[in-house]
Design a protein. Structure first.
Length: 278
């Protein structure tokens, strides 16, 4: 990744990236700043499980300022309305508005469904799903007023296709796709485009889930985020990015089989193969 301002494609934009102290979020924040955006770097600075705190947000801000970029640190939590409002206020206070929001904050509490506690389940939902809801809710009125905005949610292949021991994480990540679908509809008339990233880079949060023989880097994913936040951004798309490879994920409905108004269980059982239900 180049460490200088390479162009001005995002020069007029104010960007908020949550969970930007390390990994994907850090890469996104630096890449936006390198292209002229003013960036709010949000991160608690804690461990993968969300505990503790640190100065990672300020470290990334210092990196950005070192190459001439403009950035501001924020250490509020995405899990409370007050914290979410403070994150967006950091952008408004220093830059006057917010144009782009990348919801990237996350934690893990991996256990099988048999062993996961309700507390652990809720903690993951609170960060990944409700954290995205709260920060987006805080930014939404500003984007509506400006008739322009970009919102990116961060899902994952684990959320869409499932991964053993991640019922809480997958529930949160799939919930974000439903949220995207609705906000894409509601934001369209106000120039707000809402999309979802499904990254495959290896970070400290996901390194135990990947085959490390081919290590994806966060920098290989950030181009997807920039595209989803650009003037050319699509609407309501799930974009998968891993190892420099990109693909669109679609949730499709198969061809229907009409069994008539008096359908029975036996009727459905007899044509299950046509529906791919064997």
């Amino acid at each position: 990744m180049s460490t200088s301002i390479s162009d001005t494609s995002f020069a007029s934009k104010v960007v908020v990236v949550t969970g930007a102290g390390r990994g994907l979020g850090r890469s996104h924040a630096i890449e936006f700043a390198r292209r002229g955006a003013r960036v709010v770097v949000n991160d608690l600075g804690g461990a993968v499980d969300g505990t503790g705190s640190g100065t990672t947000a300020q470290t990334v801000v210092d990196e950005i300022r070192k190459f001439g970029g403009e950035a501001y640190a924020n250490t509020d939590s995405v899990t409370t309305p007050e914290g979410a409002a403070a994150i967006i206020h950091t952008a408004v206070k220093n830059c006057g508005r917010v144009d782009i929001l990348v919801n990237n904050a996350g934690i893990l509490r991996d256990k099988t469904f048999t062993n996961v506690t309700i507390e652990n389940f809720k903690e993951v939902l609170d960060v990944h799903l409700m954290g995205s809801v709260l920060v987006t809710k805080a930014a939404w009125p500003i984007m509506r007023e400006n008739n322009w905005g970009r919102v990116v949610f961060t899902s994952s292949g684990s959320g869409i296709f499932g991964h053993f021991g991640q019922s809480n994480y997958a529930s949160a990540k799939m919930g974000l796709i439903g949220l995207m679908n609705v906000l894409a509809l509601e934001g369209a008339s106000k120039g707000i485009k809402v999309n979802t990233l499904a990254p495959g880079a290896i970070t400290r949060m996901t390194e135990s889930l990947h085959d490390t023989s081919r290590r994806g880097r966060p920098e290989q994913v950030s181009p997807a985020v920039l595209y989803l936040c650009s003037e050319q951004a699509p609407q309501g798309v799930i974009l998968q990015a891993a190892d420099g490879r990109f693909s669109r994920i679609r949730l499709d409905v198969g061809e229907a089989v009409d069994l008539g108004p008096d359908v029975t269980f036996e009727d459905l059982l007899s044509i299950r193969h046509k529906l791919g239900l064997d």
